[in-house]
Design a binder for this molecule. Structure first.
Ligand code: ADP
Ligand code: MG
Length: 616
């Protein structure tokens, strides 16, 4: 038979990749703004028309591009920012994939004008649907201007999928806020349909926040500042009495990059415990600086997610830093806010001596073990863990008996898929030999050598398959809540929940009431602790906003992935021996044990041969 495999032409590959990078006008805004920042611009202008559907233009005074680079910048995987995989761990730029411009040019009409400082003239390129229409010399100021017109002109399905201008504009403004907040040292202007919406001069962080959110914000801010070995935290939290029902002003920046983390959000919420009315959300603007080697940003093309090596410690540190600030500024108990001297007195961590022991204690302290045996007052995360582990047992009983060694044959039921990793000679010998490394990996022996499992990814895989299973057979087991749970969301967020309502019900959620701005829940899936419900829904909403599922199938998959991610045991979490064993067991009972739901390696093996070689 004739050969049938063909390489896709570049413009097709680019269109496919574009689906990942460009979801909506706001994605273009983000990519272009980030490129301008990476080019060391100090003045950046954003111009949009029709919420970005007709035009997104970014003009910067950055370093510009040479003639060759201007042309190359639209090639896939063309980047000036990294040279090798190693550089990923020392990133100081926003971009690194070299995908954005190629993707954007595949699905829009793009005009680039750029000039480097020492050149007399610049270069202009017009590209439409990956085809270069023209490239010529132009007179243009130093820097770069990129106009992206008629987004998705050649993919009508995508274009039709865009929401109303009001919704898309909201996304664009969100993106603009995030970038502008992360860079108070850059001046930004924003023009929407010809009128100036923002004009932000270079300023300090507090002023930038106030310039964006209005003068009234100033009195609401409480500084947070903490320096530790693993993490520096700086920024502001909103005073509790200004907390709102919607989750608007919540910003985490990690090394100047906006990220979403329902988990860390929970840390802040718990620092506010007892200070907020139910249903209210604190606002925060927090910059976290961590060693780039301890994070992994290469997770999602839109890069609002980061994996931390040790989320548990971050959680504890963040919570204690915020608590500390709230205490320091006498926010709890609330006394008098008329005169607020703090505003002019930045918190310089003046009593460092007395503070640092607090941090030390917190670092070694495991908030998730707290009250472990006291039974009554279980903390959110302890509950989560217990429930998670329960969920690992779910279904195990019916899958045959456990052998003395803990690993019954039946766990390798799916021969084809597990074979590659585990053929007969490679079966796990002894479960008693599992060992947890750095609260992150589980090490186990196999006949040919050893196995190292990433606990977080492995658990995600297990939960993901469980959820998918429930979603397909449409009978997730539900536990009834004693009291209905009322959660508040924005109308946009409610819309997303509505879209996913049926699927959520199949996993075990029971909604009793859905209004324009709140949901009432009376039942949750058995493996979801009540205290986690808001984190899960928040994560889910974030994921949907990031990925914009385009079919029912992808929405279901997203839901399973999202819930698995929220509920999976975190890195930094210590596991008992039997928990470790069950994790290993369940993982290899999965259909695709080798990778996490987001296609990341869940385990590696090292044979005795390989070990021997290292000891030569
Ligand atoms: P990435 O940002 O991941 O490198 P992009 O596709 O966004 O990929 O951009 C490709 C390359 O084009 C960048 O690496 C950079 O060298 C160049 N570039 C893009 N935008 C600008 C700009 N505004 N100013 C200068 N150079 C730019
Ligand atoms: Mg880029």
């Amino acid at each position: 038979m004739a050969d049938i495999i063909q390489l896709l032409p570049d413009h097709v590959a680019n269109q496919i990749a574009a689906g990942e990078v460009v979801q909506r006008p706001a994605s273009v805004v983000k990519e272009l703004l980030e490129n301008a920042i990476d080019a060391d611009a100090t003045i950046i202008k954003l111009i949009i028309k029709d919420a970005g559907k007709t035009l997104v233009q970014v003009i910067d005074n950055g370093k510009g591009m040479s003639v060759t680079d201007a042309r190359l910048s639209f090639e896939r995987h063309a980047t000036s920012k990294i040279r090798s995989a190693d550089d990923l761990f020392h990133l100081h730029t926003k971009g690194f994939r070299g995908e954005a411009l190629a993707s954007i040019a595949a699905i829009a009409h793009v005009e680039l004008k750029t000039k480097q400082e020492h050149d007399d003239v610049g270069n202009a390129i017009v590209i439409e649907g990956s085809n270069v229409v023209s490239q010529e010399v132009v007179v243009t100021p130093k820097g770069t201007s990129i106009s992206v017109k008629n987004l998705f002109f050649n993919i009508p399905a995508r274009r039709n999928f865009l929401k109303s201008n009001a919704v898309e504009l909201r996304h664009v403004i969100d993106e603009f806020h995030r970038v502008a907040l992360a860079h108070p040292n850059i001046s930004f202007a924003f023009y929407n349909n010809g009128s100036e919406t923002f004009n932000l001069a270079i300023s300090n962080y507090r002023q930038r926040i106030v310039n964006i959110f209005g003068n009234k914000t100033n009195e609401k801010l409480v500084p947070v500042e903490e320096e530790t070995e693993v993490l520096d935290i700086s920024g502001f939290v909103g005073k509790p009495e200004f907390a709102k029902k919607t989750r608007g002003e919540q910003y985490f920046f990690v090394n100047d990059r906006f990220i979403k983390s329902p988990y860390l959000n929970h840390a802040i919420a718990s620092a506010f415990d007892g200070l907020l009315k139910t249903g209210n959300h604190p606002s925060y603007f927090l910059n976290l600086k961590v060693n780039p080697q301890t994070i992994d940003i290469n997770i999602h093309p839109t890069k609002t997610e980061i994996k931390f090596d040790d989320e548990h410690t971050l959680y504890a540190l963040l919570r204690s830093a915020v608590k500390h600030s709230l205490g320091q500024f006498n926010i709890a108990p609330v006394l008098d806010f008329e005169r607020d001297a703090n505003l002019d007195t930045p918190y310089h961590f003046s009593n460092k001596e007395t503070n640092s022991p607090v941090i030390e204690v917190d670092r070694s302290f495991n908030p998730f073990k707290e009250n472990y045996s006291s039974g009554k007052q279980t903390t959110a995360f302890k509950k989560q863990t217990l429930n998670n582990w329960d969920s690992l047992y779910v279904g195990l009983e019916s899958k045959g008996t456990k052998t003395e060694h803990g690993f019954s044959e039946v766990h390798f039921e799916s021969e084809e898929t597990t074979l590659s990793a585990f053929n007969d000679t490679n079966k796990i010998e002894q479960t008693k030999t599992t060992y947890q490394l750095h609260n992150k990996y589980i090490v186990s022996t196999i006949k040919s050598g050893m196995l190292v499992i990433d606990q977080h990814r492995a658990h995600q895989r297990i939960l993901y398959e469980d959820f998918l299973n429930n979603l397909t057979i449409k009978q997730g087991v539900s536990q009834q809540l004693l009291f209905p749970l009322q959660l508040h969301f924005s109308t946009q967020e409610i819309e997303i929940i509505n879209q996913l309502k049926e699927d959520l019900e199949h996993t075990g959620f029971v909604f009793s009431n859905l209004t324009e701005e709140s949901v009432e829940i009376i039942g949750v899936p058995v493996m979801v602790p009540e205290s986690e419900v808001s984190i899960i829904l928040e994560q889910l909403i974030g994921d949907v906003e990031n990925e914009v599922p385009d079919s029912h199938f992808s929405a279901t998959d997203l839901l399973a992935k999202s819930m698995a991610k929220s509920l999976a045991i975190k890195r930094g979490h210590s596991l008992q021996k039997d928990e470790q064993e069950h994790l290993v067991n369940k993982l290899f009972a999965c259909k695709e044990p080798n990778v996490s739901p987001t296609n990341r390696t869940t385990f590696i093996t090292m044979s005795v041969d390989e070990l021997d070689k290292k000891f030569i």
